[in-house]
Design a protein around this ligand. Structure first.
Ligand SMILES: NC(=O)c1ccc[n+]([C@@H]2O[C@H](COP(=O)([O-])OP(=O)(O)OC[C@H]3O[C@@H](n4cnc5c(N)ncnc54)[C@H](OP(=O)(O)O)[C@@H]3O)[C@@H](O)[C@H]2O)c1
Length: 235
């Protein structure tokens, strides 16, 4: 898909990777960028159109799909972190919340916007996933990894189903980025602006999946090592 003259809708666009996507889309020549946030007054990027959206609220998603009939690129970026052992009692509530936002949110959005994307000549969905869809930091990311593994699977299913209407789907897998979500994580982190630029370039070159950094590529390669990395990785 070409970004020039595209009309994009980015969820969670008030900060982090979402705000970086909004900037990168405008720089790449998008005609319009709808920047969605739970509180649209927190959208500060110049040149975007703020819209209100909590991805857990089906009525808000339906209203947005009624109002934004010109969207050609949907970026499912909104997400939450959260960590702890899966065997702690709190993990069940965390799992429900992460699935609602990280997994069901992108699915609801894609269902609502699929007919709108179908009406455009050139259209796409980007699903922001994670390197942690293929691995779990022991005692830390069990439920988050589960939500991202599930949205990876859904993203592959969306690609198959949207192909018939000519809508591309790009799965973006990325390791730690320098955003609020990874604020407490030590070590090197990717720049969200760089990741947004890489994702846009991948979309423009027709790739179905982007492994955006060396850590993500090594986690992906670890799926087929013997033993596979997920059996005991990063412990
Ligand atoms: N940072 C990393 O290291 C990393 C690595 C791999 C993948 N990711 C993924 O990248 C995406 C962006 O994360 P980020 O790093 O930019 O994190 P962030 O800075 O914490 O931003 C998260 C965004 O999601 C929004 N959001 C949360 N719940 C929402 C809801 N119910 N409805 C609508 N928006 C909601 C937040 O809005 P509010 O301001 O209203 O809370 C915020 O805009 C997420 O899908 C995340 O899982 C992040």
């Amino acid at each position: 898909m070409k970004i020039k003259d595209a009309v994009a809708l980015v969820t969670g666009a008030n900060r982090g990777l979402g705000a970086a996507f909004a900037r990168a889309l405008l720089a790449a020549g998008a005609a319009k960028v709808y920047a969605a946030a739970r509180d649209p007054s927190t959208i500060t990027e110049a040149g975007v159109i703020p819209v209100q959206l909590d991805v857990t609220q089906p009525h808000q998603i339906a209203a947005l799909a009624r109002d934004l009939g010109d969207v050609s690129l949907l970026i499912n970026n909104a997400g939450i972190g959260g960590s702890g052992p899966v065997l702690s009692p709190e993990s069940i509530d965390m799992l429900y919340q992460q699935f609602e936002i990280n997994t069901v949110g992108p699915l609801r959005m894609t269902q609502a916007f699929a007919p709108i994307l179908a009406a455009r000549n050139d259209s796409a969905v980007i699903n922001v996933i994670s390197a942690l869809s293929w691995a779990t930091l022991p005692g830390v990311t069990g439920t988050y990894s589960a939500s991202k593994a599930a949205v990876w699977a859904l993203s592959n299913a969306m690609r198959q189903e949207l192909k018939t209407q000519g809508t591309e789907v790009l799965s973006l897998h990325v390791a730690f980025m320098d955003t609020d979500m990874a604020r407490g994580v030590p070590g090197a982190k990717a720049s969200p602006d760089e990741i947004a630029r890489l994702a846009i370039a991948a979309l423009e070159s027709g790739q179905p999946e982007l492994l955006a950094d060396d850590v993500t590529r090594s986690v992906h390669a670890g799926l087929t090592t013997v033993p596979p990395m997920y059996l005991g990785m990063l412990g």
